[in-house]
Ligand binder design. Sequence first.
Ligand code: ATP
Length: 503
Amino acid sequence: NEDQFKKVISHAKEYGYVFQSSEIYDGLSAVYDYAQNGAELKKNIRDYWWKAMVQMHDNIVGIDAAILMHPTTWKASGHVDAFNDPLIDNKDSKKRYRADVLVEEFREKIQQKIDKDITKAAKRFGDAFDEKEFRATNGNVLRRQKQIDEISTKLAKVQEENDLEGFRQLILDLGIVCPVSGSKNWTEVKQFNLMFGTKLGASAESAMDLYLRPETAQGIFVNFLNVQKTGRMKIPFGIAQTGKAFRNEIVARQFIFRMREFEQMEMQFFIKPGTQKEWFEYWKETRLKWHKSLGLGEENYRFHDHDKLAHYADAATDIEFNFPFGFKELEGIHSRTDFDLKQHEEYSGKKLQYFDHEDNANYTPYVLETSIGLDRMFLAVFSNALVEEELENNTTRTVLKLPAVLAPTKAAILPLVKKDGLPDVAKKIVEDLKWDFNVTYDEKDAVGRRYRRQDANGTPFCITVDHDTLEDNSVTIRHRDTMEQKRVKIEDLKAIIKAEVDV
Ligand code: ATP
């Protein structure tokens, strides 16, 4: 799986999807640029989300709030005081780690040992294997499971109490070693705020300390009343937005999974207090359906309900995706009560209430939030799409099986040879189709090689113009995934492509 992940990263670079930022200066850690194909894929994912959330819901509207906000926003939201990670340094390697992540990874390793034992036993016993019974009776598994449970309980406790010394003690007790130096020589645990600071104003005395927003949600909360009034929105209604967010992440490995500058797609749904349970269920189901509609495989998603809730939340779940490095959070769905609006009322001194005509009463709405990282979604789609296939003639082909609706280029138009007027016909097709789709023209190399190139690039269709085309106005259309080829009329191309790439 580590190999698969390496392939994903190098394919993303080789085919113009994702580059390291400022690469000629050796890059900037955990910051990435989307290249010519990546920018298209990212835009298509964003559009797919926007269409499902805003266009398809009569009661959801979209906004585009600024990255810079009044600094009091972050006091009200709790980010100034509570947006901290517990960090610990290894004295020998001088490397810094998130204390909670060190403990989680230690626990994960024990889990992997259990999984290994189970796989081994399943192989040995064949059909007679009963996993439940094995888990309940095998000494090794029982011992390890007990260890995992103990670690989870202790971790939850120190997290809840924000007990920094407790964190360090847990790491020492478990004998966790530094992945780089292998030593157990740890410093104390410190807290570190994840927000990037900046300044507004030129002169030193009058400059105002600002933060780059660490989430897009607050831009929605502070505009709640503006949007409700000008849009004459009636509860329940939602406000959606996509945009950049910034976090000074310490553990920023795993490519575009955890970045310092990233993009979120968030929606806050304002509801009547007391209805949050129904809406929580509704949005869990609706969001999972959205994911499944892309066809990445239903087995690759699972819910992870939070036992330990943030102080403002009364229910929370993650939609986890099976990334090349395992199941990890892709999207969060949170029932946030009236925490955010109440906080902003308190700090701004302005009422953020809704007058319900049916009830003839004012109230502060409750909020249900769906929040997904666009870059994480990109990684989910991209890593899931990349496959190597064994073909019948014992060769392999690399295919990027992107959902057609998301693919950067929908069709490549290929003249079989570079002469006899075939390029002219092919270019004419490009001119016709480009009003509706991103298409590309390619005349270099043998047609088989061009097919492979488009396969690796994720292009769903190849359209080949040959000598017969000059006689019958037909072309060969080849499907990326099935490699099936069909003879079709040029005039039917638009409809054929549309049928697959439109949602
Ligand atoms: P994690 O626990 O993985 O750090 P989080 O719980 O802090 O994530 P939220 O604050 O709930 O994440 O943010 C909502 C979504 O934004 C996440 O589900 C994720 O998809 C995305 N996201 C958060 N932090 C990052 C990041 N550093 N890089 C890329 N995407 C991110």
